[in-house]
Design a protein around this ligand. Sequence first.
Ligand SMILES: [Zn+2]
Ligand SMILES: [Zn+2]
Length: 278
Amino acid sequence: MTALCTVHTHSLLCDGKNTLEEMAWAAYEAGAVSFGASGHSHTEIPWDRGCVLPGDLTAYRAEVLRLREIYAGRMDVLLGIEWDACSPGVPQGFDYWIGSVHNLCGPEPGQWYAVDYDVEKLAEGCRELAGGDFVALAERYYDAVAEMASRNPTVLGHIDLITKFNAGNRLFDEEAPRYRRAALRALHAADPRETLLEINTGAVARGYRSAPYPAPFILREWRAMGGRIILTADAHSAEAVVYGYARAAALARAAGYDRCVLLTANGGVEISFNVCFA
Ligand SMILES: [Zn+2]
Ligand SMILES: [Zn+2]
């Protein structure tokens, strides 16, 4: 690999295992032209405590800017954030942001239901929000994704995260027309001129899934929409900073893409897979 970027990364400042400095070094060692910090935005959700950035981002910003100086001329260091649908406000003052839905809001204030925490919490949300119908829960999830997509994030995060615990279709049938319609409706809420879709290998690195997000039918539709993709590792540790990129590229190629986008200090730069995986 001669050129790549890794801009979906987490550190000890949220739920990662390494410092930002260790993550940046691992990216540099892997040959990245660009490294982006994308800590989880702050929420008031109880199980997010200790797993998301504090409300005051002063220290986070300072550390990213310190690393930018250290790597000046060698690797771009970008200040990003992974913005959760349940975080109040809007992301401001970042080089880029990843829009992600990790939790669904209930009808009352203070009611939250986790999509990706564990299967018990997912089942609880399914019972309370969707009467036990997982496809109906997926429809609610994709409504939230559509709302996030309509805010024009730089990157739309793991669009089909709702499938995290659904290996072997154990909870619902991912081929069901109702499920696919909901996913594609969310996808069509994204503007292909404004937003990149990520192929995210993080859940594979951590053993939750055997294939990266998203499913091939979503990738094919995004391509038909003229959309562009970015490879991300959603890395929670230094050793996973560019995990599975060759596999992600193979998935993209199978869906008809011949290139991806690198996010750099100069914005998005398209690069052919023939160059980065020569
Ligand atoms: Zn995420
Ligand atoms: Zn993430």
